[in-house]
Design a protein around this ligand. Structure first.
Ligand code: URA
Length: 207
């Protein structure tokens, strides 16, 4: 199974707080934003740098700056929205695209109802969705981006189920998956166990 679990102690601690059933929406949202920032820090280690000539108050020097790598963050609606601000905190120049998918109650397959992307030329894409459960929505979102000619795609989630990881590995072996935790399995309703419940409901206070 190909997945990188970002298990920094701060991430593990905060994921545990998110899992607790008594954690309310405000804390849940804040923790999700903080964890997303920590994950953004880890996944951007390979961003290319270039030299830049600057002047400190004392003398000239050659500094480093990120070499104009353009990024697009793509939340899968609706729970993915909870990870956007954490990404933007560290990458304020990134653009944000949106993908809306719902699951057809009959076929159980994801159906696109919304897609709005910025200019894609030369950009790297980071899809965000807190829960990688069956992998159906994630795979459909990746397919949608690929159909638009997008090649460099990473998938970032908070909690992954082995079933979802296997699905993405099979259908999109070129897409690297990052998670804060890899859980045990799905239950009969496709919820992740032990998981944290319905991420969208917990972010937005719905039921
Ligand atoms: N989506 C969620 O929000 N939670 C799960 O456990 C699975 C899918």
């Amino acid at each position: 199974m190909q997945i990188e679990v970002l298990n920094h102690p701060l991430i593990q601690h905060k994921v545990t707080l998110m899992r607790k059933k008594e954690t309310d929406s405000k804390d849940f949202r804040e923790l999700l934003e903080e964890i997303t920032m920590l994950m953004a820090y880890e996944i951007t280690r390979d961003l290319p740098l270039e030299d830049i000539e600057i002047e400190t108050p004392l003398q000239k020097m050659t500094g480093k700056q990120i070499s104009g790598k353009k990024l697009v963050i793509v939340p899968i609606l609706r729970a993915g929205l909870g990870m956007v601000q954490g990404m933007l905190n560290l990458m304020p120049m990134a653009k944000v695209g949106h993908i809306g998918l719902y699951r057809d109650p009959e076929t159980k397959k994801p159906v696109e109802y919304y897609c709005k992307m910025p200019d894609i030329e030369g950009r790297d894409f980071i899809i965000v969705d807190p829960m990688l459960a069956t992998g159906g929505s994630a795979s459909a979102a990746i397919t949608l981006l690929k159909q638009r000619g997008i090649k460099n795609i990473k998938f970032i989630c908070l909690v992954a189920a082995p079933e979802g990881v296997q699905c993405l590995n099979r259908e999109h072996p070129d897409v690297k998956i990052y998670a804060a935790a890899l859980d045990d399995r799905l239950n009969e309703n496709c919820y992740i166990l032990p998981g944290l419940g319905d991420a969208g409901d917990r972010i937005f206070g719905t039921k």
